[in-house]
Design a protein around this ligand. Structure first.
Ligand code: ADP
Ligand code: MG
Length: 276
């Protein structure tokens, strides 16, 4: 029996945390609230510490923003969570039972951690609808997805996602013809089709127009509470609009953590941002 099988046995564990409502996906034991634990994670590149005993906990259903100046270690942190980079030291757990440091990138994705890279990677030659359909079919956990014909449940799911990511009117368009912002939303939609337990977004509004940024704020606020999401950004203004709780990274570890209005007043945070 693999680690995943034992994880799937705990599908009912969400019932223990009704206060968080329905959080997409299943199979991750969040009975102690937290969906992600990083403890004393260190990563060195040729002696340079990109992460230096980073300790961080994300609760199930939480929308957390991670901010910090360039080079703070934000992307390296995501690389560790998704198995792209192995930490030199420290522990990384997904829920109570899944040790991320023992899994491959593919296994981590399958366990329910979805990641959106900064550059959108949609299937340009396919329609928006087909992109969402394809995303659903690559979800190996869903047996029904192997059926060639889309059923009403799948159609409804795609329609709901199109609506959520504001692309209903563009459903029949080739993804290659979308604006940069629309591609970003489509990719978020594709990740949502796979019902990840934890969604990692790396600089989702980079390159967006002001209007697209505004709609992304609305989108993330709609997802808040329904999904566990970690958003990495260096745009403080954007973060102010969506965050409940903010973690500030600096030189590979946590400099400050708390509500944005408190963190913004922190003299060390001000120094790090202004002293660049
Ligand atoms: P952020 O995303 O917060 O801007 P990164 O995690 O990309 O920061 O980088 C943290 C530090 O680690 C930077 O100083 C960067 O130059 C260094 N770094 C990241 N990846 C590598 C790598 N593969 N090899 C060497 N140094 C790296
Ligand atoms: Mg980065």
């Amino acid at each position: 029996m693999s680690m995943f099988d034992s994880g799937q046995d705990q599908i009912g564990s969400d019932a223990a945390t009704p206060a968080y409502g329905h959080v997409a996906g299943a199979g991750v034991d969040v009975t102690h609230r937290a969906i992600l634990y990083l403890e004393d994670i260190s990563v060195s590149f040729d002696g340079f510490k990109a992460l230096d005993r980073l300790t961080l906990t994300i609760d199930s259903g939480e929308l957390r923003c991670i901010i910090g100046p360039n080079g703070a270690g934000k992307t390296t942190m995501m690389d560790v969570i998704t198995g792209r980079t192995r930490p030199d030291a420290g522990t990384a757990f997904f829920g109570q039972t899944i040790d991320l440091t023992q899994l491959t990138e593919a296994q981590i994705a399958q366990a329910g951690i979805g990641r959106k890279f900064q550059k959108p990677t949609v299937f340009e030659q396919h329609t928006v609808f087909e992109n969402l359909e394809l995303a659903m079919k690559t979800d190996k956990r869903a047996r029904h997805s192997l059926v060639a014909q889309l059923g009403p449940v799948e159609r409804d799911k795609i329609a709901a996602t199109l609506d959520l990511v504001r692309l209903s009117a563009a459903a029949g368009r080739l993804a290659g013809t979308l604006s940069h912002g629309q591609k970003q939303w489509l990719e978020i939609g594709m990740l949502l089709m796979q019902e990840p337990r934890l969604l990692l977004l790396d600089e989702p509004v980079a390159g967006m127009t002001d209007e697209e940024t505004e709609r992304t704020v609305e989108l993330l606020n709609e997802l808040n509470g329904k999904h566990s999401i970690v958003v990495v950004e260096h745009d403080m203004e954007f973060v102010t609009r969506i965050a409940n709780k903010v973690t500030v990274l600096h030189e590979g570890s946590v400099l400050a953590e708390g509500p944005m209005n408190v963190v913004q007043q922190d003299s060390r945070v001000i120094e790090v941002y202004l002293g660049r």
